[in-house]
Design a protein around this ligand. Sequence first.
Ligand SMILES: [Ca+2]
Ligand SMILES: [Ca+2]
Length: 544
Amino acid sequence: MQHRACALALTLLAAGCAPLQPAPEALPSADLSPVPAQPKPQGLATDWHQGAFMEIFVRGYQDSDGDGVGDLPGLISRLDYLKELGITGLWLMPVTASQDHDHGYATTDFRAIERDYGTLADFDRLLQEAHKRGIGVIVDYVVNHSSYAHPLFQAALKDPKHPQRDWFVWSEDAPQGWDIWGKYPWYWVGQQPWTWTGEVKDMPLAPPGSKDFYFGTFGPHMPDFNLKNPAVLDWHLSNLRFWLNRGLDGFRLDAVPHLVETSAKEWNDQPESRRLTKRLFDTISAYPGRYTVCEATAEPQAYSSPDVCGSAFAFGLERAILDAVKGKTEAVADIGRFFQTRPHRMATMLANHDIFAGARIWDQLTGDEARYKLAAASYLLQPGIPFIYYGEEVGLAGVAGLPGDGPIRGPMSWDTGAHAGFSVAKPFRANASNAASHHAQAQQADPNSLFHHYRSLLALRQQQRALRGGSYEAVQVDGPVLSFMRRSGGETLLVALNYSSTPRELRRTERSAGAKRLWPTPTPASNLPEGMLPAWSAQVWRLN
Ligand SMILES: [Ca+2]
Ligand SMILES: [Ca+2]
C-alpha cells in the first residue's frame, strides 16, 4: 500500500511536471458560476460501459495539424480504428486546460479544453462521432488540486483577503510532523515552483523563519483545494455538470483518497474523502447511463462500492498477471483469487499512464508475443471492466532514454510514414523504440498479430454475455494452469490459461466430449490433443 502510494507521488513529481514552464501565462479569471443539470440522451446501449475501454493520452495519439502534438481532431480521425478493434468506451487523460501542457493534471481551467488539443466545438464533435459508433467517452477530472498557475490560486496567493482564499489550504507557520511519501507537503508562498526541477531532491525549501505556507499533496506546482469548504465541492459538482450537459458519458476521478486531510498523521483515505467521493459519484449518476471510475490505489475495493464510487481500478491484479506470464507460478493463484472476493464492476488493466503500474507491456516482456497474448487473455477473460492502454494492442514499446513516466507516454505508432504516422512534424516526444516494426498498419495486415488477438478477444466478449457480466466460479489452480467457469443465463463457459513454457493437460471433468471450443478459432496449428493446453496459451469452451 505504502509502496504504491509512494511510487505514485514520485511519478507525479519526477516526470509528470517536467519540464516546468518558466512562469504562469496570463489567464482569464476562473468561471465560478453554478451549472444546473440539463441531461440529454446519449444514444448509447445501456450496457455500453461493460464492453472494453481504451485509455488515451490525446497528446500522444494523433496530430491533425502538423504541430507535433496530438489533438481532438486527430483522435476523431482514429475512431473507426478503435471501433474496428472492438472498443466501446474511451477514457481520455485530462483534456482540460493545463499548465504542464503534457499529462494535463495541473489544471488551469476546469471548463476549457487544453489549447493544444483544440476547442470545445472539437470536443462536442468528438462526443457526437464517438456516440455514432456506439462508443462512450469519459474524461479525467482532478478534484484534489489545481495548477499553481490557476487564476484562483494566483489571486488567493497574492491577496490574503481574497474572497476565495479559503478555497486552498494555508498555514501561517510551518506545520510540524508532516510526511507524505517521504516529503514535506507545505510550501512557502514566497517560493516560485517554476524553479523546481521536478526532482524530489531539489524540492524548494523555505528559508528559516518563513511565514505563510500552502499545502500540496503532489508538489508545489499543484496546490490542494480546501475541500472542507462546501463551496469548493459545489463548484466541482458544477464543473462536472458543465461536461455532462454536453453529453459526456462519465469521469475517471483522480486521486480521490487525497481529497481531505485530517492531520499530519491522518491524511490518506480519510472517511470524509470517501463521503465527498460519493457526492461526486451521485452527481454523475444522476445523469442516465453514466459511468464513474476512481483511482484509489490503496483501497480500490472499498472505492468500488456503490457507497463510494461504484467502480475503481483493480490495482494489484496487473502485477499478478505480469508476474505469472514472466514465469512466477505462485502468482497464478493470485490471479485466480482476485475476483472471488471483489466486485466485478472493478476496472482492470495491464498498465496505464503511471509508471508505478509498470512499464509498457512490450518492454516488461521484452517483446515475447506468446506471453504478451496470454497477459491480454488473462484480463479480458476475467470479470472486470477492461481498460486497454493506447498502443498496447499493437505492442507499442516505450520511448527510449527518458526518466519517469516519459517512456510510457509516447506517440502512437500508426504506419510506415514519417514519425510512424503520428505527425508530419517532429513529435513532442520521440517515437516508440519499435515504431518501425510494430504499428497499427502492419498489425492489421497480419492475422497472427497482437492487434487481431485483442480484436478477437473483444469480439468474444461482445458475443458471450457470460464474459461481460457473468459469474466467476469453480476456480481451479493446478500448478501453472488456471481454469474457471463464467455463467450467465443458460450459458456456461470454461476458461483455461496455461502459464507454463511447456504444454499442460487441463484436468477438469467438466470439459466433456460435447464441449465446443469457442476460442481461439480457428485452432492454431498444433499436434496436441484436445484438452492439452499449449505453452503460454488460453482457451475457452462452451459447455452447454
Ligand atoms: Ca496538433
Ligand atoms: Ca487534499
